[in-house]
Design a binder for this molecule. Structure first.
Ligand SMILES: [Zn+2]
Length: 465
């Protein structure tokens, strides 16, 4: 006996069509018109869109930062994701300098196993190859064997996470050999740290200056440099959280030359801005301290344009939540100490639908491509990202007419604020299936805690041939 999702409109990255979807066990058994309901549990999808569950490839759950830890753990974070229509997340394991990738892998598996409520996977952030570099590089191979098909490299945060160009190049060469994808935090951390020190010396300590200390040029320069090094190494690169037109220009230039360069942007850069959220007037602006920072508003049009024409492949969140009352507070009087990050895992699809599809900028097929199909393809999740026979039954029943008001008072995320407080959006998740199980019913979480499964991904060079 299966579950028959009846009477909805299936939306793929290519087209929309009327069809029923039959789920048996954890998988989709059939997609077609007028499937026989005999014996199955029928879920009425009349008036709803049937889409692949969202995939958020950039989250930081239970992440230590500057003496505190991000407010959502794998349980609250993945429940918030599910309620927002996302059925898979990829988080980051951070290798400690002086530690091994294996140690980081074990630490992050312990955070997720038995706690995650939807399926999840990990990128490995490489910060160190150790004294024996050959052994360090061999660890990358071991990580790929564990299903970690992507490595994160930081060009920002000197002395903490940043690696130098030589180390980055070595990792890229190894990644190319393994067909693993290199995910790049592209900001020139050395130059930024000079500006930061100068600002602090001048007494410019408020949150606003965090944004001003990180120029779009620093992001563009690092975007260019990482792509050039990847070209030399023969590696595929994926620029994370691309935030502005200067960086986008470098990406487009590389793509026009046929290089294996991809990028995501995040929800916040599409709808929030320096002028509106961080004008330099109050401590409240600490809510919007994350990296890269919010940019001048005119950049938003460039980002939307790149989502339309394909220069940007994915929209993620960089969800890294900290409470305003007692965590952001750590940086009062010194923006360097403000925990970096914002909450967004729950609102990604609402924002992308409302400001993308409802406004006419994106088709609903493009919405599916950006939120689920491309993330699955680029990050090597072969059973996810599409409504088709044999795929995992990660199914989102989306009500395009639902009115919803975003608020910290009703959200599942464990923060005491929302970046989109009071915003009214049209379009929201109604029911959500994760591997065949209805985990969200009428917008409420109804699944079991800890049911999420670690997804072993396939190294496929980011989907490039
Ligand atoms: Zn991040």
């Amino acid at each position: 006996m299966g579950i028959l999702i009846q009477g909805g409109t299936v939306v793929s990255s290519e087209r929309s069509y009327k069809a029923d979807v039959l789920i048996e066990g954890e998988s989709i058994l059939a997609v077609g018109e007028w499937l026989d309901p005999g014996g199955h549990t029928v879920v009425d999808a009349d008036g709803l869109l049937v889409m692949p569950g969202g995939i958020d490839v950039h989250t930081h759950l239970d992440m230590p930062f500057g003496g505190t830890v991000s407010a959502d753990d794998y349980t609250t974070g993945t429940i918030a994701a599910a309620v927002g229509g996302t059925t898979t997340v990829i988080d980051f394991a951070l290798q400690a300098k002086g530690g091994t990738m294996r140690e980081a892998f074990d630490v992050w598996m312990a955070k997720g196993v038995g706690k995650a409520c939807v399926d999840w996977s990990l990128h490995m952030a490489v910060t160190d190859l150790g004294a024996d570099e050959a052994a360090g590089l061999a660890e990358m191979e071991a990580m790929v064997a564990e299903g970690i098909a992507s490595f994160k490299l930081f060009m920002a945060y000197p002395n903490v996470l940043m690696i130098d160009d030589g180390l980055m190049f070595k990792v890229m060469q190894k990644a190319a050999a393994l067909k693993a994808l290199c995910c790049i935090h592209a900001e020139n951390g050395s130059a930024i740290d000079v500006v930061v020190a100068q600002m602090i010396a001048e007494g410019k300590t408020e949150p606003h200056y965090h944004a001003l200390s990180r120029s779009t040029k620093a992001e563009a320069e690092a975007t260019h440099r990482s792509i050039a090094l990847a070209e030399m190494a023969g590696a595929s690169v994926y620029i994370v959280h691309l935030s502005n037109e200067d960086a986008l220009r470098e990406l487009r230039h590389a793509q026009n030359r046929g290089l294996k360069a991809l990028a995501e942007t995040c929800t916040q850069y599409l709808v929030l801005s320096l002028e509106e959220q961080m004008p330099g007037k109050s401590w409240e602006e600490a809510k919007y301290v994350f990296t890269p920072p919010l940019r001048e508003k005119w950049n938003q049009e460039a980002l939307w344009g790149a989502l339309e024409d394909g220069a940007l492949s994915v929209v993620s969140t960089d969800h890294c939540p900290f409470r305003f009352a007692d965590q952001k507070e750590l940086g009062r009087g010194d923006f360097r100490k403000i925990p970096n990050g914002g909450p967004g895992i729950e609102n990604r699809l609402q924002i992308l639908w409302h400001f993308g599809v409802n406004s006419g900028r994106l088709t609903r097929e493009r919405f599916v491509e950006l939120s689920a199909t491309a993330p699955a393809r680029i990050f090597g999740m072969e059973k996810k990202g599409a409504i088709a026979e044999g795929m995992d039954a990660d199914v989102l029943l989306w009500d395009p007419h639902a009115d919803y008001t975003i608020s910290a008072a009703t959200q599942k995320m464990a923060t005491d604020y929302s970046m989109f407080e009071g915003w009214k959006v049209k379009g929201n998740a109604r029911h959500v299936f994760s591997r065949g199980e209805m985990v969200v019913k009428d917008g409420e979480w109804v699944g079991a805690v800890g049911r999420g499964r670690f997804v072993k991904r396939v190294a496929n060079a980011g989907g490039f041939a």
